[in-house]
Write a protein that binds this ligand. Structure first.
Ligand code: 7TS
Length: 407
């Protein structure tokens, strides 16, 4: 087991009894990120791209540098093809709106998978409805991986888009991006990847992937809330119309028409979120300081440990593939205890897990459960968090087995 980074996270240091096992929802923030954002506001804050004065030039430079840094982190050489967004949700809506509505025609098909978070499902469902296209949902294997044979049979000459998650938030499946992309390419479809649960946990090399768009969120990777990104191919971004209109994204505005700024500004209307971009760049520095391979192996070790411990607890069912095909997520149910009740009891022991449908209702329906309990790890997670979780589950089972409760 590699070393936990708990000491770098002020919230966890201030709460030594807390077992934070909900990093797939949002990660805690290291001091280095908080310091970088504070320093930006204390020394460099101004509205970028506007002022002729030195402070505004500095703010512009900080924003530019943050983009270059984050692009490097995700393996994107052409940093102008990284659009900063509020997060994955906005990034995927940008593609669905700006590309989907313009390019999907009546009778076309859009393919998503049965694993998707609503953020990569509903925008495509809505494009399909608006354009008179069909949404096809790719089936999964028994252990919740994308069924590649089924996908081959599902795509065809009318498939315009294949949209899928790199890593499932609900069960942790790591999907073979290039295998899926190859199937999409065979019919000439646009390839859109939801990387919200991948970028925080493993090395992602956008340029080496055969995909067109890749979305992610800063707040799940040690960065602040309110910033994320969309990486895209220049040739496609250039053809797309803006998603929102206003300041920064225009070139000329006449009474009856306007022309657009160059990438990335064309897709970033209004005052940009500089401080959060600076924070996200600091998060990239922080994670690279650990090494993404070390991040993944730390989480996998904990997933293996928790999976083997849960196998000994009666009534526990764990979803998803083998730990080697999963990120730091363990999604499970405990017989006769609703996940919400379980999470409430666990909270009394300082154990924070997520219970619910994980914004993946189509997946829950396929699993035949209303909800699951989900523990998710990150760089600050420790074996004692696993111990506390398993102990708390045993306590919950004892409470539910007690005769008083049955009466
Ligand atoms: N896609 C995936 C795979 C996600 O896990 C999430 C958030 C999103 C998209 C949306 O990201 P946002 O930053 O724009 O909100 N997932 C979760 C989760 O699993 N629990 O809370 C949020």
């Amino acid at each position: 087991m590699t070393v936990s980074r708990r000491a770098d996270f002020p919230l966890l240091v201030a709460n030594p009894e807390l077992h934070y096992l909900d990093s797939a929802a949002t990660s805690q923030k290291p001091k280095a990120v908080l310091d970088a954002m504070r320093a930006y506001y204390e020394h460099d804050n101004a509205n970028p791209h506007r002022g002729a004065y030195d402070l505004s030039v500095r703010a512009t430079q900080r924003y530019h540098d943050a983009r270059t840094r984050v692009a490097r982190f995700i393996g994107l050489a052409d940093a102008d093809c990284l659009i900063f967004t509020r997060g994955t949700t906005e990034a995927l809506n940008l593609v669905a709106t700006a590309w989907g509505h313009a390019n999907v025609q009546a009778g076309d098909e859009i393919v998503v998978t049965g694993l998707e978070h609503h953020a990569n499902f509903v925008p495509w469902q809505q494009v399909a409805r608006a354009r008179g296209a069909a949404l096809r949902v790719c089936p999964l294997t028994e252990d919740q991986r994308v069924d590649l044979d089924a996908l081959r049979g599902l795509v065809g000459s009318r498939t315009r888009v294949v949209a899928f998650s790199h890593v499932s938030n609900a069960v942790g499946t790591v999907n073979p991006v290039n295998d899926i992309a190859q199937i999409a390419r065979s019919v000439g479809a646009l390839v859109v990847v939801d990387g919200a649960q991948a970028v925080p946990h493993m090395r992602v090399g956008f340029d080496a992937l055969d995909v067109d768009f890749y979305a992610f969120s800063g707040h799940k990777m040690c960065g602040p809330m309110g910033i994320g990104g969309l990486a895209g191919r220049r040739a496609i971004l250039e053809t797309m119309s803006p998603y929102q209109f206003g300041g920064d994204m225009i070139e000329f505005v006449r009474d009856d028409y306007s022309t657009w700024n160059v990438l990335p500004h064309k897709f970033e209307a209004g005052t940009p979120n500089v401080a959060d971009a600076v924070g996200l760049a600091a998060a990239c520095d922080y994670l690279d300081g650990i090494g993404m391979d070390a991040v993944l192996s730390h989480e996998r070790a904990l997933v293996r440990l928790l999976s083997s411990r849960l196998a000994e607890v009666e009534g526990v069912h764990v979803f998803g593939p083998q730990p080697e095909q999963r990120s730091g997520v363990v999604s499970f149910t405990v017989a006769d205890i609703h996940p919400h009740d379980l999470a409430t009891i666990l909270d009394k022991d300082g154990v924070c897990i997520r219970a619910g449908h994980h914004c993946a209702q189509p997946l829950m329906r396929r699993l035949g459960v209303p909800a699951t309990a989900r523990a998710s790890f990150y760089v600050y997670s420790e074996e004692r968090d696993v111990d506390a979780l398993v102990r708390a589950i045993e306590r919950a089972r004892a409470i539910f087995a007690s005769p008083q409760l049955v009466e």
